[in-house]
Write a new protein. Structure first.
Length: 347
């Protein structure tokens, strides 16, 4: 009999190892506008304006940029015991952590999940001031909350089954007519996703996304980076996603960690929420306006650490790779047959 999984509410925080804490602080606080809950010489604890738990992002100084943990909040403290039993049953490494092992977080359970990611489950956390209406503090690029994790994993169907075992449901995916699955979006909170599974060599972190209330806040970050002559930190977008329908921007932090700014996806909370499956050759799947997906968006991702802080070895993806099955710079798969002005014709 399979053990009962912990009741996951949502994605809740991530810890990134960064090599220059000061440069990272400038990026995440001065440019992205995240609120500092606590900081010292070793780490900075950040939250977005609607968040009242201690943090949704930890930046920890270290020698090599990497993901240290992805954390999900569970509904009750009792879910931690369920997590221990469930993951012990899966035969993966499981560690209990006392309250305070992570500043601001109560008792927790940390695992190396079946996909190789360092994952934490917690319920109790310190409450801090919620800045929802502290408009005196919001900048023009105000971010509201952590929205999702995007992880790179070689076998998307296997990863989907693992997350379905945790009670996540698929909202959208990308397939081809042979049934190869290139990516899937899965949720516990009633939005498009808490975690996206991107097919590729993994385990690696593709990105962490914060939601804003408005598109103009994302556009302000673009203008702000331009004013600082840091436009090279803009990797992809701004644009409108096909999958999720969200307005988006991808930026790269000083270590190359990818952060997405994201707004206006849609509600998925009813039990019969329809799954949307996109064809990998649909050039509006990743950008609704058909703009190209820059090659680095497919190739680059952050290494992840095991529970001892060592980099996890990568497993190569054996299925077809999305960047290979679309023509040239992505986004022109079905327009590539016509004479076109789009970049894809020239690469
Ligand atoms: O959050 C996301 C929603 C949609 C997309 S996609 O590029 O439209 O597939 C990418 C993404 O996973 O970052
Ligand atoms: Ca708007
Ligand atoms: Fe995303």
């Amino acid at each position: 009999m399979t053990a009962t999984p912990p009741d996951v509410i949502r994605c809740a925080y991530a810890e990134l190892v960064v090599t220059d804490l000061e440069a990272s602080r400038t990026f995440y606080v001065d440019i992205l506008g995240l609120v500092v809950t606590y900081e010292d010489d070793e780490a900075i604890y950040l939250r977005a304006f609607e968040e009242y738990l201690h943090h949704s992002l930890i930046l920890r100084k270290g020698d090599t940029a990497a993901l240290a943990v992805l954390a999900y909040r569970v509904r009750t403290p009792a879910d931690l015991d369920l997590a221990v039993a469930y993951y012990t049953g899966l035969g993966v490494r499981v560690e209990r952590r006392p309250a305070g092992a992570t500043r601001g977080i109560g008792e927790a359970v940390r695992i190396e999940d079946p996909l190789g990611f360092p994952v934490e489950f917690f319920h109790d956390a310190e409450h801090v001031e919620r800045f929802t209406q502290r408009y005196d503090q919001h900048g023009a690029g105000a971010l509201s909350r952590l929205d999702h994790f995007n992880v790179v994993t070689p076998d998307v169907p296997a990863a989907r089954s693992y997350y379905e075992g945790l009670g996540f449901r698929v909202s959208e995916d990308i397939q081809d007519d042979e049934g190869t699955v290139y990516a899937a979006w899965m949720f516990r909170k009633p939005t498009v996703h808490d975690v996206a599974l991107t097919g590729g060599d993994g385990p690696r972190l593709h990105h962490i996304a914060f939601a804003s209330q408005e598109r103009h806040q994302i556009l302000h970050v673009c203008d702000h980076l331009g004013a600082l002559r840091k436009s090279d930190m803009i990797e992809r977008g701004p644009g409108r996603h096909g999958v999720s329908n969200a307005f988006y921007l991808y930026v790269r932090d000083p270590d190359g960690h990818r952060i997405e700014l994201y707004t206006h996806d849609y509600y998925t909370g009813d039990p019969d929420n329809p799954v949307i499956t996109w064809d990998v050759h649909d050039n509006q799947r990743r950008d609704w306006w058909g703009n190209p997906v820059v090659p680095s968006w497919y190739s680059d991702a952050s290494p992840v650490l095991d529970l001892d802080g060592k980099a996890q070895p990568l497993i190569e993806r054996s299925d077809a790779r999305e960047a290979d099955v679309t023509i040239g710079a992505d986004g022109f798969s079905y327009t590539s047959k016509q004479e076109g002005f789009k970049l894809g014709e020239q690469v």
